[in-house]
Design a protein around this ligand. Structure first.
Ligand SMILES: [Zn+2]
Ligand SMILES: [Zn+2]
Length: 333
């Protein structure tokens, strides 16, 4: 076996993480409780998109989001507040990260995965420009459809059609629910993403997200409206389980803002010589480069169990290409 550091895959990237991609140790046998604790601590007790989404949810619910006592009737005022509550953070966070990494080139090419720059002129993108294309689909489709799901929940909650979770009634469940939401998100994402790779749906919708072989922050939720409806169907959980607006908004920010970081194209944010925050998700970057691998996330074992896991090594690329040849045999995409 060739060792990972010199396996030929490294030269296909400007930067490739030094180790094979790790999956959540929760699903390894024999159990590794210490590793599992460290895994979860790294995103619940450090600066991460999880803690960032939680902070945003607290801020939003405490300030600009409507109270469920006022949302029984659809009214422009509170619907607008929900829309702006998703739109403005998206513009500020995605625009800020894009500006730092790509306009100001704040860290140059340090820890940038792909050797190529974003396609500022390419006819395959809407408006002939990758960044403008991605901004358009993110804001016009993504934020609108995310707003519709969020408004539907507030409206249902205002009418008593869905149950509201209360901290006083079940404090332990109230807190555990936050931990469950990212797990639910990862579970749901694999299956809907797998569905999006079904050729008719891929052609109709998912191909738009895959225009981005080389990704940037605005690629995160740059998707076709049909894909947004399916991707955001994870909101469905809150129509079944008793939920508090804090849970709903934590999920909303996780779903709209986490992909901004995971598609940033850089492994981490660096200032001076110091790593400030983990950014990219090499596991998903591999999906954008090689397509038929890593349909899920590192949180869930599906890709390993179903033989589609690419750990970033040259043999992962060979396996993916062989699978692709088998899949496309006799089929024209
Ligand atoms: Zn895909
Ligand atoms: Zn993606």
């Amino acid at each position: 076996m060739t060792d990972f550091a010199n396996d030929g895959e490294a030269k296909r990237w400007n930067y490739r993480p030094g180790k094979p991609v790790a999956l959540n140790p929760l699903f390894t046998w024999p159990p590794r409780p210490g590793a599992v604790l460290r895994w979860y601590a790294s995103f619940w007790f450090e600066i991460s998109t999880t803690t960032f989404a939680l902070l945003m949810a607290v801020l939003a619910v405490a300030t600009w989001m409507p109270s469920v006592t006022d949302t029984g009737h659809l009214a422009l005022g509170w619907v607008l507040a929900v829309w702006l509550g998703l739109l403005l953070p998206q513009i500020i966070v995605t625009g800020g990260l894009h500006h730092w990494l790509y306009n100001r080139q704040g860290q140059g090419r340090d820890l940038k995965y792909d050797k190529r720059d974003l396609a500022l002129k390419s006819r395959q993108f809407t408006f002939g420009n990758q960044v403008h294309d991605n901004m358009f689909w993110t804001l016009a489709s993504g934020i609108t459809i995310g707003t519709v799901y969020t408004v539907l929940w507030y409206w249902a909650a205002g009418n008593g059609w869905v149950a509201i979770a209360r901290f006083e009634a079940q404090p332990v469940w109230f807190i555990l629910y936050f931990a469950l939401i990212p797990v639910w998100g990862s579970f749901h994402f694999y299956w809907v993403h797998r569905l999006m790779h079904w050729p008719p749906l891929y052609k109709l919708a998912h191909a738009l997200h895959h225009r981005n072989v080389n990704v940037g922050p605005w690629s995160g939720i740059s998707m076709h409206p049909v894909e947004h409806v399916i991707y955001f169907s994870s909101w469905g959980l809150f129509f079944i389980l008793p939920t508090h607006p804090l849970h709903l908004m934590f999920h909303a920010y996780l779903y709209t803002l986490h992909p901004v970081f995971s598609h940033s194209g850089f492994d981490a944010l660096v200032r001076g010589d110091k790593k400030q925050m983990e950014l990219g998700d090499f596991f998903h970057q591999l999906h954008h480069r090689y397509f038929e691998c890593n349909y899920g996330t590192v949180e869930m074992p599906w890709d390993r169990w179903f033989g589609t896991f690419h750990d970033g090594s040259a043999s992962g690329t060979e396996d993916t290409k062989a699978r692709q040849r088998r899949m496309y045999q006799g089929r024209t995409l």
